[in-house]
Structure formats: C-alpha cells, structure tokens
Design a protein around this ligand. Structure first.
Ligand code: NDP
Ligand code: TDO
Ligand code: MG
Length: 285
C-alpha cells in the first residue's frame, strides 16, 4: 500500500521508516505543520492510498507558554489533513495521547470516556482529535502513551543519562500508565492503515499502550535493572516534582477495542525496552 507519512525524524516516524522504507516521509522542510494549506496540498497532490500523521508538538512543559503554536501543529494541521483525506476517500491514521484525560480515578480509560486535559499539550491534542472526528471520513485516532525508542528524547534516554551520573533519583510514583515502544506503535499504525482501507467501518478512536501499567518510578527501576545501572529510584508524589504542566495521575488505557477491531494486543513494554537497550548498545542512536 502506498503511504504518505507526516514526520520523518520523530520517534514513531523513524520506526515507520524502518518498517515501510518505500513510503513517502515528509520532514519539516517538506511540509511545515504550522501551514495547514501545505498539509492539505501534500495530500491532494499525492498518489498515496493512506496517510499517517506521526508529527506533532510534543514538548509538554514548553506548550504551557506556546499554546498557540502547539494548537496550530496539533489541532489545525491534523484537521486540514483529515479534510484532504476525506475529499479523496483516503484512510487517515493519527496518533494522540493519554494526556487528553484528566487522570482521575484508577480505572483504565476507554475510548468513549470523557476527556479533560490538564495542560496545554493535552488540550491541543484533543483539539486535533475533535477536528478529525468532526470531518468524519475514514480515520483512526490512536491514543498512545509514554513513548520510548532508541532515537530522540524520551524517559528511557533521560534515565540512562541521569542513572549513569547519580546513585539515586527521585521519581514520581503516583502517575500510572503504559510505556509504549515507538516500534510497536509504528507496527500498529501500518496494520490499522491497511485494515481501514479494507473496512472503512472500523473508523474511530482507539487506545494502544504497552503493558503492564506502571508508575514512572517502576519504569525507571526496570530501565536501571535491564541496563545494569546501579542507580536507585525512590518513589515521590507528583507534588514533590513540580513542573509547568500538570500530568494525569491515572493514564491507564483500556486497549481492548483495538485488539477486537485490528487483532493487535497490548505489547509487553519490557520486551520493547530490551530491544531498545540492545539498539542503543549497538550504537544506532
Ligand atoms: N512522545 C510521547 O511520549 C508520546 C507521543 N504521542 C504522540 O505520538 C506521536 C508521535 O510522537 P513522537 O514520535 O514521540 O514525536 P517526537 O517528539 O519524537 O517527534 C515529533 C515530530 O514532529 C515533527 N514536527 C514538530 N513540529 C513540526 C512542524 N511545525 N512541522 C513539521 N514537523 C513538525 C518533528 O520534526 P523535527 O524533528 O523537525 O522537529 C518530529 O519529526 C505524536 O502525535 C505525539 O503527540 C502520544 C503519547 C506519548
Ligand atoms: C527526569 C525526571 C522525571 N520525573 C517525572 C516527571 C514526569 O511526571 C515523568 C515523565 O517525565 P517526562 O518529561 O519524560 O514525560 P512527559 O514529557 O510528560 O511524557 C509525555 O509526553 C507526551 C508527549 C505524551 O503524550 C505522554 O504520553 C507522555 O509520554 O517523570 C521525575 O519524577 N524525576 C526525574 O528525575
Ligand atoms: Mg517529554
């Protein structure tokens, strides 16, 4: 299937490139997502059979002071992409986030649960979702969480850096979610694009996160254990780690509809972590 992908350098985009090298990947210099008309034109002039958006504004704390820019990239651009896809009947796969939820309770969020973002990044990602759903067409919004890979900036690479410098780190233990390897997300996007082309009736909003659900502190301990770093992770509450953006406490996501519709189970992130650490040791970062 001929694919057009927005994004080339990000965590998920790089994993898509590794799995679908023949696809067309649009980097920032090809199409800037602050220009919705350029996003639409790239689709209108393409011979692609499906479109994946793997680009976004992902700086959670910085978004608090740059919400207009984040909204252009995470809201207006995906809306323009969805319209251009719908005009041509092309399946559109878009990635969203657990940060659209308010983090209350401890039950896994289902795709139809009420949203309530706590910060600017989550608000702008929700705006993108809402524009895509309003357009309709053939689409899947895939909400994922806590993405890591050997490339780019992510929690695993932060912990490897800090864990090599320090004997002990204090890590929040009251935010619970599913770490997700970017390679697993790329695979899911490719499967979903093909499934949507075959059955447009599968259009909708879906969840995809690695299992099991853990705290960031649990995640850090597994990173230190698997990498052999002798650094302790001490549990702290979020209140002891103030950040510009508030993050959800409960980021657990119910992924059962994704498994039912597309046959994709929740991947074990501990295996994904092992693969990423191997890649990093081989020096492919
Ligand atoms: N990272 C995470 O933990 C999570 C991410 N997500 C979602 O998953 C998706 C993929 O995220 P991830 O791979 O981590 O993203 P990254 O932060 O690794 O990469 C973001 C990508 O978006 C591109 N981009 C940003 N601004 C623009 C712009 N103005 N014009 C063109 N391209 C732009 C970047 O290009 P450049 O390199 O030029 O800056 C980069 O390729 C996003 O939708 C994100 O919201 C969901 C849950 C968790
Ligand atoms: C470095 C560090 C972080 N933390 C905490 C802060 C935060 O609550 C948590 C994770 O920090 P990060 O800044 O890596 O995470 P953050 O950038 O908020 O990650 C989010 O990114 C966006 C794009 C998403 O969509 C989300 O799913 C999620 O992955 O760890 C500590 O408690 N101690 C530390 O030493
Ligand atoms: Mg971050």
């Amino acid at each position: 299937m001929r694919l057009l992908v927005f994004g080339a350098t990000g965590q998920v985009a790089r994993e898509l490139r590794a799995r679908a090298p023949e696809a067309r990947f649009l980097a920032r210099q090809d199409v800037d997502l602050t220009d919705p008309a350029a996003c639409a034109a790239a689709i209108a002039t393409s011979d692609a059979e499906a479109v994946i958006n793997a680009a976004a504004y992902t700086a959670v704390d910085k978004a608090e002071s740059e919400e207009a820019l984040a909204l252009a990239i995470n809201g207006a651009a995906p809306g323009a992409m969805a319209e251009a896809c719908a005009a041509r009947g092309l399946p559109f796969v878009h990635i969203s986030t657990d940060y659209v939820f308010d983090g209350s309770g401890d039950a896994p969020w289902t795709p139809t649960d009420p949203t309530g973002p706590l910060g600017a990044y989550g608000r702008t990602k929700l705006a993108g979702e809402e524009r895509i759903r309003a357009v309709g067409g053939v689409f899947a919004i895939l909400r994922t969480s806590w993405v890591f890979s050997a490339h780019g900036g992510n929690f695993v690479k932060t912990m490897l850096r800090l864990g090599a410098e320090r004997d002990k780190l204090t890590i929040v233990a009251d935010q619970i979610g599913g770490p997700t390897e970017a390679g697993d997300i790329a695979e899911a996007c490719l499967t979903i694009a093909a499934a949507l082309a075959a059955d447009p009736g599968k259009s909708g909003t879906y969840h995809f996160a690695g299992a099991p659900d853990v705290s960031w502190a649990d995640f850090a301990r597994e990173i230190f254990a698997q990498s052999g770093l002798s650094c302790a992770a001490e549990d702290i509450p979020s209140s002891s780690y103030p950040t510009p953006a508030a993050r959800p406490g409960n980021s657990r996501m119910d992924c059962s509809a994704t498994t039912a519709a597309f046959g994709i189970p929740r991947p074990d992130w501990r295996k994904g972590l092992a693969r990423v650490l191997t890649q990093l040791n081989e020096g492919s970062s």
